[in-house]
Design a protein around this ligand. Sequence first.
Ligand SMILES: NCc1[nH]cc(CCC(=O)O)c1CC(=O)O
Ligand SMILES: [Mg+2]
Length: 351
Amino acid sequence: MAIKYGRPIELREVARPGAVASPALDLTVRPRRNRKAEWARRMVRENVLTTDDLIWPLFLIDGSNKREAIASMPGVDRLSVDQAVREADRAMKLTIPCIALFPYTDPSLRDEEGSEATNPNNLVCQAVRAIKKEFPDLGILCDVALDPFTSHGHDGLIADGKILNDETVAVLVRQALVQAEAGCDIIAPSDMMDGRVAAIREGLDRAGLLDVQIMAYAAKYASAFYGPFRDAIGSAKTLTGDKRTYQMDSANTDEALREVELDIAEGADMVMVKPGMPYLDVVRRVKDTFAMPTFAYQVSGEYAMIAAAANNGWLDGDRAMMESLLAFKRAGADGVLSYFAPKAAEKLRAQ
Ligand SMILES: NCc1[nH]cc(CCC(=O)O)c1CC(=O)O
Ligand SMILES: [Mg+2]
């Protein structure tokens, strides 16, 4: 007789009405009972995704009444400021708490130093002012890094082919200040320079911007999944080399904990892991270790994979989208930056 969990499995003949006579297993525990109907599944559901969990990244472009498709991100457009204001309206109606802004910078405005980053009237600052004027209650997050503005596409200043950490941090502080002065609520340094969180916090505090939050891209990996984003902001063609001297090695997770610990000590209010889906183990470790508000970025390449497969009819795009977003909640994330945000919010509100 077969033995399972230390007790014999007895086979019984049970006549079930309408069923083919067959031996029933003598099981005390049948996990499927809790999955027998939708109401029962709802009762035992451990994680839920709500619109509060979503941060919606938008791409900006100069001009007016302009929407420009991004080939590698089907369904995502670059938006002129007036169009971004319309999307902000949509975010409000969908009860998405926060949007994130990323500029496409014309090559003529890019230089070695990324000077446009600190122009108080750059595209990002214009968009922040326009959106805040119409929708003061919508959260706005701004990325801090030089890559949308440098001719070489790197996040920092370079000399002799090397990234200058400390000199870069000084520029990032000025970039954060122009964004915060324009009305940005959350400063999100994505550059991975050492010491930038402390320097930005000090700069903000000194300027009296005590309530401006910092969400640190604390564990950000050198990833192939950023490809479509670099198309979107126009730095794919110009990027020389890779970012492996500042972004993390994808083989590491202990190092992620050390990076996160430093950013918290330096004053980060929230921390982020990026990319998302391939790094859910890191999200879980960070959440369990620090119990901080922890976010994940479902990056452009993750979006592109799902969108491309769906457009080919290879998977059910809506279901894959919702499943991928819920996975972040299961891993312990408090929220997720995702290009699916408006679509997912529409689905959540229709339920
Ligand atoms: N430092 C800029 C930045 N901020 C967010 C992303 C990627 C986002 C995405 O792929 O969706 C990047 C790209 C990079 O580091 O090269
Ligand atoms: Mg760091």
